[in-house]
Design a protein around this ligand. Structure first.
Ligand SMILES: Nc1ncnc2c1ncn2[C@@H]1O[C@H](COP(=O)(O)OP(=O)(O)OP(=O)(O)O)[C@@H](O)[C@H]1O
Ligand SMILES: [Mg+2]
Length: 356
């Protein structure tokens, strides 16, 4: 059923499309732009309505007024593929589809602008997430299978330990018990996170301060943890224990990477128009954990979010896999970029719509 106000109804549909939609009149002046269009071109409708097509498309390298005229004259649509749109902070690639939109009175041109690299990035991210999830599920299944017999083994070893008289023989049962305990801890970590998040509005800086203090006390004296916070970030809907756990895993890695001496920076910023999973968010909190350690070994870089992938002799390789899983339960995402002396883990968390 269509609303009482059909114009508002159609406007809402257009504003909720993933693609930008622009309409030009016969003088090549912009007479309509939907909300995704305003976001893509980083312009408000108020600023840009009435502007000539060459001004609107000034950010592209290959869409011209001649293209629009040709569509109007021939009545045939035209698609320009892989057009670079030079927007801040970095250029993006788009497809532009120009279609004649005939009005009873005058010809018009409809321009649809689809962001190509966003689609590519989303499908790559989704594929990667699905693979990491499958690996995590496999591991959880395995951990579950190990957990029960392990309890039995430990119990039996304990009984045996009590029965045994000689200290020499007891040494063997002690080894069984200690190793079972070690395995139990590992299995418990593999089964994390095992409860759904308890969501409430939380102050992200309070969580970061907690993590900072925890890591600072563990770290050697010449490891400095700096803060660069944007205090205007509104509260995040999340489970504080789980967020602390996820961020702690990442900051701990940074502290382990820098070793005896180095600097870790925790930075927070607000980001606009972020796509997380397959959802677009007008606002997201971005938390960067930066360290000046040696960087992630190149052969590990593509795999660090998979469980059991580790570059450390004493590592279990579960920290990042758990962090990624906890953050994705919050609708967010963890990314990483690394070169020697500069490793950045970025955590994106969606911000509530009511805070826009
Ligand atoms: N900031 C970093 N700098 C360099 N390498 C890193 C950094 N963070 C992670 N890594 C690499 O990624 C690997 C995987 O990290 P992850 O936290 O998943 O496991 P882990 O630290 O080895 O073990 P665990 O966290 O389970 O004790 C690490 O072993 C390390 O080689
Ligand atoms: Mg770790």
């Amino acid at each position: 059923m269509i609303d009482a106000d059909p114009a508002a109804f159609y406007r809402r549909i257009l504003d909720n499309l993933a693609d930008a939609v622009l309409l030009f009149d016969q003088h090549l002046c912009l007479i309509y732009i939907n909300m995704p269009g305003e976001m893509l071109f980083a312009l408000s409708a108020r600023q840009v309505l009435g502007a000539r097509a060459h001004n609107v498309f000034a950010l592209t390298d290959s869409v011209t007024e001649e293209d629009l005229l040709r569509v109007m004259e021939t009545g045939a649509s035209l698609t320009k593929r892989n057009v670079t749109l030079n927007v801040q902070p970095q250029p993006i690639t788009v497809n532009v589809i120009l279609t004649p939109a005939l009005d009873e009175s005058a010809p018009r041109v409809l321009a649809e602008v689809q962001q190509v690299d966003r689609h590519l990035r989303i499908s790559m991210e989704e594929q990667l997430m699905a693979q990491q999830n499958a690996a995590r599920m496999l591991l959880r299944g395995l951990a579950h299978e190990i957990k029960n017999p392990l309890g039995g083994l430990r119990g039996a070893a304990q009984l045996l330990h009590a029965e045994l008289r000689g200290e020499e023989l007891r040494e063997y049962t002690r080894i069984i018990i200690d190793e079972s305990d070690r395995l139990q801890l590992l299995v418990d970590r593999m089964l994390e996170p095992n409860k759904p998040p308890q969501m409430s509005l939380v102050n992200i800086h309070r969580i970061l301060e907690r993590v900072r203090q925890l890591v600072q006390v563990e770290a050697p004296p010449k490891v400095f943890i700096q803060r660069d916070y944007d205090p205007s970030i509104p509260p995040v809907l999340g489970d504080s224990d789980q967020l602390i756990q996820a961020i702690l895993n990442i900051v701990r890695n940074a502290a382990q990477a820098v070793g005896k001496e180095g600097t870790i920076t925790i930075r927070t910023r607000i980001h606009r128009q972020v796509t997380l999973g397959n959802r677009r968010h007008a606002l997201a909190a971005k938390i960067d954990i930066v360290d000046d350690g040696p960087g992630i070994k190149p052969e590990l870089l593509g795999q660090i979010f998979y469980p059991m992938v580790t570059g450390r002799a004493e590592g279990t390789g579960l920290g990042l896999s758990i962090a990624q899983s906890l953050i994705s339960q919050h609708g967010g995402l963890v990314e990483c970029a690394s070169s020697p002396g500069n490793t950045v883990f970025s955590i994106y968390l969606p911000l509530e719509k009511s805070h826009e």
